[in-house]
Design a protein around this ligand. Structure first.
Ligand SMILES: NC(=O)c1ccc[n+]([C@@H]2O[C@H](COP(=O)([O-])OP(=O)(O)OC[C@H]3O[C@@H](n4cnc5c(N)ncnc54)[C@H](O)[C@@H]3O)[C@@H](O)[C@H]2O)c1
Length: 337
């Protein structure tokens, strides 16, 4: 079955989704919808075959549209996705899925009731390094995972409607939850709104997982250089993922410390290991292409997406808890399963 798709929102990110849909040649008709005619003019110039409109209601009432891809500001995700699901369309929503967990949960039940696909744009779960790290962790090569530490900072685009937590942390949260195959039980966060009052631009977030691992995620729009660096520390080996590297994004260090039980009281021994550093071969496809092809396939077959509504909801619950903690001076907040 050929799937006709309307991309809603063609600001910064939407054109990337449209380009991947267009170049994949895997879908039927493509429509671009934005409130801003200047954005649509750019699309018409670049893709004369793509139909454009400013009218979202017209898009979802058209029987010729099977699915919508929503890349609008976060506050509009729920109202637009809800209308599209009620009109019988399959829905892809950019991250974060919704502005709060209640409305995210409502979208999940609406999709279930209407038997429509609901997919969330956690792009990193489709990226070669992130998938490779999941394979490495699952194989047991790193041993027991002790902790994960992640920095996603740069002199970034300050958003008008969401804090740096809602803008940047979805990437780290979705990757870490995917790697550990777990959702955190508790979260705490410290942050500040240095530039625009009321919109935090730096945050340090701590996560505790039921299995014993802990994680620290640093997100900031106020940093001199761009860092996209994650360290995964295991009992056997350690791994560093640097997404700013062109090649060798992932490195596995055969490093660690072994503790030997003391033979006599007070005499314990630590032995330090420093072996080879290996950089595994990674696939080279564009994650967004893989993500869009997966959405089209799910719409055609009815399969459940890898990043489905539940996957999106666990990220939203953690963002919500982190934001509460930030506003309450770093109080540890439990995340309800
Ligand atoms: N997956 C990723 O790596 C990634 C990267 C960047 C942004 N995003 C996400 O993409 C989404 C959009 O972010 P952006 O930076 O492109 O925002 P943006 O503000 O640049 O663009 C949003 C566009 O949506 C349009 N719009 C708003 N309401 C509309 C409506 N009712 N109907 C039609 N169009 C409407 C606006 O006119 C604007 O052109 C956000 O959810 C963001 O988190 C994801």
């Amino acid at each position: 079955m050929s799937v006709s798709i309307a991309v809603i929102g063609l600001g910064y990110w939407g054109p990337n989704l449209l380009r991947n849909l267009y170049e994949s040649r895997a879908c039927g008709r493509l429509i671009a919808c934005d409130l801003d005619d200047e954005k649509l003019e750019k699309i018409r110039t670049r893709y004369p075959a793509v139909q454009t409109t400013r009218d979202f209601e017209q898009v979802i009432s058209s029987p010729e549209v099977d699915a919508v891809v929503i890349a609008t500001p976060v506050s509009t995700h729920h109202p637009l996705a809800k209308k599209a699901l009620l009109a019988g369309k399959h829905v892809f929503i950019e991250k974060p899925m919704a502005a709060d967990s209640g409305t995210a949960a409502e979208l999940i039940s609406l999709a279930q009731k209407n038997k429509r696909v609901l997919m969330v744009g956690h792009t990193f779960e489709y990226s070669p390094p992130v998938i490779k790290i999941r394979e490495i962790i699952s194989s047991g090569e790193l041993g027991e995972i002790y902790y994960i530490s992640s920095s996603r900072v740069n002199l970034g685009l300050h958003q008008k409607d969401v804090s740096v937590i809602w803008d940047l942390a979805p990437h780290d949260f979705s990757s870490i939850f995917y790697w550990l195959n777990e959702t955190p039980a508790r979260v705490s966060a410290m942050g500040r709104d240095f530039v625009q009052k009321g919109i935090p631009d730096v945050a340090f977030i701590n996560l505790e997982f039921p299995g014993g691992a802990i994680a620290h995620v640093q997100v900031s729009w106020l940093s001199p250089s761009k860092l996209r660096r994650t360290a995964v520390i295991g009992s056997e080996k350690m791994l560093v993922y640097d997404d700013t590297e062109n090649i060798e994004k992932v490195k596995i260090f055969d490093k660690g410390v072994d503790y030997k039980d003391p033979e006599t009281f007070g005499e314990y021994q630590l032995s330090y290991r420093a072996g080879d550093v290996i950089s595994p071969r990674l696939d080279t496809y564009e994650p967004l292409r893989k993500e869009m092809l997966h959405f089209i396939e799910c719409c055609s077959t009815g399969a459940t997406p890898k990043t489905d509504g539940a996957n999106g909801l666990r990220v939203v619950k953690t963002l919500e808890a982190a934001e509460i903690s930030l506003h309450e001076g770093g109080r540890v907040v439990a995340i309800q399963p």
